[in-house]
Design a protein around this ligand. Structure first.
Ligand code: F6R
Length: 241
């Protein structure tokens, strides 16, 4: 594991975006696994800024998002499709046909999960960007007695819905389920970049990276990944000092 703790969030964003930029320089047709939520926003801002300054191009790159809520209309302000459009895709040059997000409105969600897995079989993710849930989830792989390997539908835990309620008018409006990439798909990425910010995640990130490897904390499985890069702000990194 390669652990970095940054003094400022800007330094963190710069380093994380730098990893994407170096990857693109080496391989313009890179495949990125992308995340939503508040964690990646500053990194996407940096990449958009560098793109408009002519420093990076995604013209030949591909992306696969980790997850999507079930049942939110595509145009809903909190759908991950809309999030990605606003925060990244409308600001860079990745062709629309290269961008992939599971469809949480598919008529058959089981078929959609199969379709997403089959599609991903033709690609090898170069960098998988991950945020971390307060309960140790990655993607929407929630703590449980067992974890699923491929893309699947998951019922969101109450604490996850509560954490995400900050983006919705009320808790009742937070979807109760989501489609998520499974653990095996995430672990297949050549490099995993785990980014964690904020004092409220100091304990869980410390437990995930130094505690027992257990399905009670899905992120703990990352300990066995051969190329794990962890970037923390100083608050999230407090317990590593
Ligand atoms: C988002 C995702 C989630 C988030 C996690 C942290 O696509 O898969 O695992 O990364 O819930 O969310 P934030 O960044 O909002 O704290």
């Amino acid at each position: 594991m390669n652990l970095h703790i940054f003094r400022t969030n800007d330094d963190l964003n710069e380093a994380a975006a730098g990893l994407f930029a170096s990857q693109l320089r080496v391989k313009p047709a890179s495949v990125f696994g992308l995340a939503t939520g508040s964690t990646p926003i500053g990194i996407y801002d940096k990449l958009a800024e560098w793109h408009s300054a002519g420093r990076v191009s995604f013209a030949r790159a591909y992306s696969f998002n980790l997850d999507e809520y079930v049942g939110l209309p595509h145009h809903h302000p909190e759908s991950y499709l809309r999030f990605m459009e606003e925060k990244l895709f409308s600001r860079i040059d990745m062709p629309e046909s290269h961008r992939h997000i599971p469809d949480g409105n598919a008529e058959s969600l089981d078929e959609e999960c199969r379709r997403y897995d089959e599609l991903m079989e033709d690609y090898q993710t170069d960098i998988q960007l991950l945020g971390l849930g307060h309960n140790g989830h990655i993607g929407f792989n929630e703590p449980d007695k067992s974890l699923r390997s491929g893309t699947h539908v998951v019922e969101l835990k109450e604490d996850t819905r509560r954490a995400n309620a900050r983006f919705f008018p009320s808790l009742e409006e937070v979807p109760t389920s989501a489609v998520t990439m499974g653990i095996a798909t995430i672990m297949k990425a050549k490099t995993i970049l785990l980014v964690v910010r904020g004092a409220d995640k100091a304990e869980i990130v410390h437990r995930a990276l130094t505690g027992p490897i257990t399905t009670d904390c899905p992120a703990s499985l990352l300990q066995v990944h051969p190329s794990l890069v962890v970037m923390l702000d100083s608050e999230a990194g407090r317990l590593f000092a």
